[in-house]
Design a protein around this ligand. Sequence first.
Ligand code: PDD
Length: 286
Amino acid sequence: MSRIAYVNGQYVIQRDANVSIQDRGYQFGDGVYEVCEIFRGALIDEARHLDRLARSLEELRIGAPLGKGALGVVLREIIARNKVANGYVYIQVTRGAAPRDHAFPPSSVRSSLIVTARQIDPEKGEAAARKGISVVTTPDLRWKRVDIKTISLIPNCLARQAAKEGGAQEAWFIDSDGMVVEGAASNAWIIDRSGAIVTRQLDSSVLRGITRTTLIDIIAAQGLTLEERKFSLEEAFSAQEAFITGATTLVTPVVTIDGRKIGDGAPGPLAQRLRSIFHDTAARTF
Ligand code: PDD
């Protein structure tokens, strides 16, 4: 089956899809994106993802290519045309195509929108979660506004490649004070010695993960203790459990960091429980 993409107003076969070589996403990384999970045919936390997309666009003063309602229609069309039951939808908006000039193009230049969807075997993620993943650490070399979900992801790509070369599945960024920031494509969490569930507080140094937000709702509903604060790599080494969250990983236990076992080196029971109940709370829209 041919994969179908939405590209600036048209549904096209992916291998025939074209964007301008003058697109500012291509030339400057001048754009933003979202990745939204599709679970049993439903979009997970669609409203939160579209709200974050709107915020990223506003922060960078990129015009919204479509209203939320129309974008929702495109998402559904792409999911249906690609027959995706479980996987992800990818939304990318750039500032549009114009002769190369760092300053913004005239307001007559429309932002570009592409939407694609991808089928994933959910069992792969489940298997990774049963086994637990390994994490390596790397200095955080990113810019100071990573709360904006931009497509400029070179440090994230370098970090993920370092993880891969180190036999790990994710990299955690460490700030200049030795504190854990977040993953290359996920938020970072530990369960500390007192049993509190800890993740870094929200500021411009970290992405406001949608999975993170929904998990915080779950933690409250379960009567568990949450602490939004910085934690050091040293504290992570001695944590009871560690895990990551993201639209592509949900809640996935971390069993080693830089080769050191976390807890007894097996996926933690609380992380596993939070994973198992995640989809009961997350909003599903069809
Ligand atoms: N990444 N932090 C970073 C740097 C991320 O790139 C992501 C998600 C997250 C988790 O956010 P959310 O829970 O909203 O997915 C945190 C997506 C999945 C990606 O780049 O593919």
